[in-house]
Design a protein around this ligand. Structure first.
Ligand code: KE4
Length: 444
């Protein structure tokens, strides 16, 4: 007798909808962009996860970036267990916070002083307040499609879930708040220069994803970041590199090491927690000394620098910086994107892909996008078709055409080969797929 496939994912989702808004605790998890029922994971190990129906997937979300050493990384799990045995939290300083701060100072030299928090949103929200307190100015500049967490002043034309939900500017953000946020086009140097010429002496800070990963992956064009650095210096604005995603993903020292640009402040998250809730912001000593209790810019957190969370982050970072580890993950990402491009061409599908270190972008357009407008030209319907075809074949991609993908040190030749085999079938289906509007034309 064929064992009836269980339907635990659907049962759990139906239950979740009765107690949690949208059934999820973060919008992008809800599959609303791609359709269908989200997978409830019960276990992860290395590059693989298992859902509530017992199905196995090769995971390219990696918890949206943190799991650069793979799921249930044994040294991280062991470190968490040992730390937890000594206590879960103290609300008082602990040695491990000093160890983490010193390691970040070493790996990211622009972070002359470091404050630990519990999420990327806390890091960017605090960095914005600090930049405003340091400069005495109010205006902030961000770029359309970039996402920096869900603080009010940053949810203006945000990327990631906000973009995925098709509501780039969130309701609930008072106009009086949003009016202090200027939104420019990513990679548009001319617009940046005009903005500074017009309002440079009123700009407190520019916050940028030095490699954008929340409108899918969009790389900075040559000169964009250098020009941004020069303009901020000239007008006395604080340059914030939001490296919550790019930190330890695009290079061991982040995008600032990759491109040789020194920001005034850096925000981190994801990888530095290794899957546990950790964020950080840091930078120039003269700016960071404005933060309480030294200075007048207030910032605080009950669980900031939590020793159990830091145990996972330290174990992850220490493993990642061992010789050859980062390079190995980046090489796997290169192999994946080159392989997918090759298979798509074989199936006659208009597709492109790129990686920057161990994060990657997949695009149903002929070349990787260099702007938000070009991202919008990607064939989202075809992506959604591809997403589900890959899911059915045991490959879990980010459930949105507007997200980057991630690999871990556990993604080896076997995982890449299995992914490319699934992609051959998925691209074949995509080649036959006619987007809805095209089908409508055929109606009598
Ligand atoms: P968190 O508050 O989610 O830890 O970090 C916010 C954040 C800040 N800056 C950048 C560049 C980010 O990518 C993020 C969060 N990234 C999304 C994924 N695109 C988190 C996933 C989610 O929102 O569920």
């Amino acid at each position: 007798m064929v064992r009836p496939m269980s339907n635990r994912n659907q049962e759990l989702f139906d239950r979740a909808l009765k107690s949690i808004p949208g059934g999820v605790n973060s919008p992008v998890r809800a599959f609303r962009a791609v359709g269908g029922t989200p997978k409830f994971f019960v276990r992860g190990e290395g590059a693989r996860v298992w859902d509530a129906d017992g199905r196995e997937y090769i995971d390219y979300v990696c918890s949206w970036g943190p799991l650069v050493m793979g799921h249930a990384f044994p040294p991280a799990v062991q470190a968490v267990i040992e730390a937890a045995r000594s206590g879960l939290s103290f609300g008082a300083p602990t040695e491990v916070e000093v160890v983490m701060a010193e390691l970040l100072q070493k790996l990211v030299p622009s972070m002359e002083l470091v404050r630990l928090v519990s999420s990327g949103t806390e890091a960017t929200m605090s960095a914005i307040r600090l930049a405003r307190g340091f400069t005495g100015r109010s205006l902030i500049v961000k770029f359309e499609g970039c996402y920096h967490g869900h603080a009010d002043s940053l949810l203006v034309k945000a990327g990631s879930g906000a973009l995925t939900l098709g509501q780039p500017s969130s309701s609930g953000v008072p106009p009086e708040t949003a009016q202090h946020t200027l939104v420019l086009d990513y990679n548009d140097t001319a617009a940046l220069e005009r903005c500074f010429n017009d309002m440079g002496d009123r700009i407190a800070t520019v916050i940028v994803e030095p490699v954008a990963g929340n409108m899918n992956l969009v790389a900075p064009q040559p000169g964009f970041l250098k020009n941004l650095r020069e303009l901020c210096t000239r007008y006395g604005a604080v340059l914030i590199f939001d490296e919550v995603m790019t930190g330890f993903r695009v290079a061991p020292g982040g995008a600032q090491a990759l491109f040789g640009i020194r920001p005034d402040l850096t925000t981190l998250g994801k990888v530095i927690g290794g899957g546990m809730p950790v964020g950080a912001f840091g930078g120039r000593r003269d700016i960071m000394e404005k933060i309480a209790p030294l200075g007048s810019v207030y910032q605080a957190g009950t669980l900031s620098g939590n020793p159990v969370a830091l145990a996972a982050g330290l174990a992850t970072l220490r493993a990642l910086i061992k010789p050859g580890v980062f390079e190995g993950v980046a090489a796997a990402a290169r192999e994946l994107t080159a392989g997918l491009t090759r298979v798509a061409v074989e199936q006659g599908v208009v597709f492109s892909a790129q990686n920057v270190g161990s994060m990657f972008g997949l695009y149903f357009r002929a070349t990787p996008p260099t702007s938000f407008a070009e991202v919008m030209q990607c064939d989202k319907e075809r992506f959604n078709r591809f997403f589900h075809a890959m899911l059915e074949r045991g490959v879990y991609l980010a459930p949105s055409a507007y997200e980057a993908g991630f690999l871990s040190a556990s993604h080896g030749n076997g995982e890449i080969a299995a992914t490319l085999a699934a992609a051959a079938a998925a691209f074949k289906l995509c080649a036959q797929f006619k987007p809805r509007q095209a089908q409508a034309k055929r109606m009598p």
